[in-house]
Design a protein around this ligand. Sequence first.
Ligand code: HGY
Ligand code: MN
Ligand code: MN
Length: 414
Amino acid sequence: MISNLTINPQRLWDMLMETAAFGGTAKGGIKRLTLTDEDKAVRDWFRKECEALGCTVTLDEVGNMFARRPGKRSDLPPIALGSHLDTQPTGGKFDGVLGVLGALEALKTLHEAGYETNAPIELINWTNEEGSRYAPAMLASGVFAGVFTREFADSREDREGISFGSELDRIGYRGTEKAGGHKLGAFFELHIEQGPILEAEEKMIGVVQGVQGMRWYEVVVTGRDAHTGSTPMTMRKNALLGATRLIDAIDAIAFDNLPGVGTVGLVEVKPNSRNVIPGEVFFTVDFRHPDDAVLDVMEAALKEKVAAVAAERGLEIVLTPVWNSPAVKFDPDCIAAVRAGAEKAGFASRDIVSGAGHDAAYIARIAPTTMIFVPCKDGLSHNEAESSTLEECAAGAQVLLSAVLAYDERFAGV
Ligand code: HGY
Ligand code: MN
Ligand code: MN
């Protein structure tokens, strides 16, 4: 029987609004790129909040933060809950942070009630989920899950050439524990859907079944800088034109493989001067699809187009795979706990597969894992106008608490 503990909606909302100040933007969003001073500030706040609940806060070698609340059975691996506190450059108030603060609210509710779980509970803030400053995304949960090495993470550089490792040391959040050095008994991640389905169907809870496959690439197109006035059209090696042909092709490849998606989000043109034919263009590619075999088809189509544009335009084009996160299915027992939590609270729910990537996608490789979605306005995310209501956030946190307690019941009396 799941407990009747209920979270405090206003307290959760106040925490969301309070932490939105760390990197808050004039348009009401958040710019809190990983390992910046703004990230440090919110980490310091988070650590203090957890310690005030009597949790022990530890760090691993890639800055993942773990706040542990003991249970009756210290020999059991913790049931974990959490998400990420880093944001996109024009991020919103809810992506990632709702999962961390929803979990914190659940812990505050347990603490207030003096409720002792069977298994320990661990609240987690994963470093660099967004992958905006340091590619790939979900980098530190990936190290924890054994997908990447610590050395690989440390070596990743942002577009200014500053490394992940140097920034992690600079903000003082590198711990001593080896990433993945301790087991998790399960992992539950609360997150906004970042898509339109729950809102359109008027469902409060998404019972997440898994995450679609995701692949990132980097492309460098090399032509030749030349004068825009005196270089005849037939003699140009225009890198930007080549990139433009590819960017259009990437959109067409996605439309040819729906519900797949294809996006170019970052483009750098050199020398970026209005009267120089661009000699070099760097851009990123983001392909996603629920079926990895279709991602293979999309990738093959891109490679073919790269070769064709290079030949047609006399350009050198290098396509480098940067990230491949296969489609993930979540754990049936964890999913059942979420469904029970939604039913108990009387929230309308529907099964859903995540279009966005999440740390849970990697943690699912090493522990029973699932996610809980709540709606966001117009399905908008990675946008400063991202918004969810107090009721939606509270519903998610309530189901998170209920799901964790339902899952914890399996350890009663063992
Ligand atoms: O890219 C993603 O899906 C996530 O927001 N990092
Ligand atoms: Mn997120
Ligand atoms: Mn995100």
